[in-house]
Design a protein around this ligand. Structure first.
Ligand SMILES: [Cu+2]
Length: 148
């Protein structure tokens, strides 16, 4: 009986681990739903530490999800053009994401896992990147303004 209780506990524990981490979706769009060109939707997303985010290309235009800034200890990612990628945000803080092909056209996103422990560094990196953009220079700033 004790053995059965223990194995039941093991099953329950593994089930609840599965339920704790959610998957979120970010679309990579040539034309956004509000008419803007070259966007991640949403361009700001807050998740729990340990959640996953799936980047989905909605049109073929060479869209790629590259992380250009992560919390310390987090693994950077680079998706292939027009390919979906699922990433796990297992470190707390802000992640900055760009489409490699359209980064100078403001195709960027901000992800937040848990508390924004690296917000100051993220803002600095975002400002450096925004200075290189031809259009959409304010997109990082607008997304970062939503961090809470
Ligand atoms: Cu793109």
């Amino acid at each position: 009986m004790k053995k059965l209780a223990l194995s039941m506990l093991a099953v329950l524990t593994s089930l609840s681990f599965g339920a704790w981490s959610a998957d979120h979706e970010v679309k990579m769009m040539t034309q956004g739903t509000e008419g803007q060109s070259l966007v991640f939707e949403p361009s700001y997303l807050k998740v729990a530490v340990g959640d996953t985010v799936t980047f989905k290309p909605m049109q073929k235009a060479g869209h790629t999800s590259y992380s250009i800034f992560e919390p310390s200890g987090a693994t950077p990612w680079k998706a292939q053009p027009d390919m979906e990628i699922k990433v796990k945000l297992d470190k707390e803080g802000i992640y900055l994401v760009e489409c490699f092909v359209h980064k100078t056209l403001g195709m960027v996103a901000v992800l937040q896992a848990g508390k924004p422990v690296n917000l100051a560094e993220a803002k600095q990196k975002a400002a450096e990147e925004s200075a290189k953009m031809m259009v959409g220079k304010d997109r990082f700033e607008k997304a970062l303004a939503q961090v809470k």
